[in-house]
Design a binder for this molecule. Sequence first.
Ligand code: NI
Length: 188
Amino acid sequence: MKLPVYLYGHPVLRKVAEPVTADREGLKELLANMYETMYASEGVGLAAPQVGLSERIVVIDADPVGETFPECAGRKLTLINPEIEVLDGERVSRAEGCLSLPGLSENVGRTEHIRLRWVDENFEAHEEEISGFLARIVQHECDHLEGKVYIDHISPIRKQLIRSKLNNIVGGKIRCDYPVRFAPRRKA
Ligand code: NI
């Protein structure tokens, strides 16, 4: 089942998400729905807060960008309670987008090399060193679990330049070709 994607301005995107426990009911169904939602909106990653759930769950399928970024080919990751360790200070700036910010793309500087620890859908533990664009996707999605979005990393001047576009998303004045949920209207 496709789920609506919660858009920038919605408070759920600003919450620090809760850890997931092994007795969490309906996890497999939620993961299936998250993958379906991600594929339908042509994203390469989706975090649970983006479907309105403040839980530490991320799905990634980076294969669609595998021709440009070989480290992404065939990489599908289901991350429960992921933890990132920055391995060195090398930072690279590249364009990113986000399903919660339709129509926008901005350059974001991120670390090239990380160590990622997580449990999968069966709560088996994994650890892996990840680099390049795959490391970028993981960092972007894990930001969502901390209540952050990628434009939090751009300069104040750059943010000012896209202010009207952001206001349109917050104000519900955009069209989107996947199901979305806008921020609740503020009382005047
Ligand atoms: Ni995102």
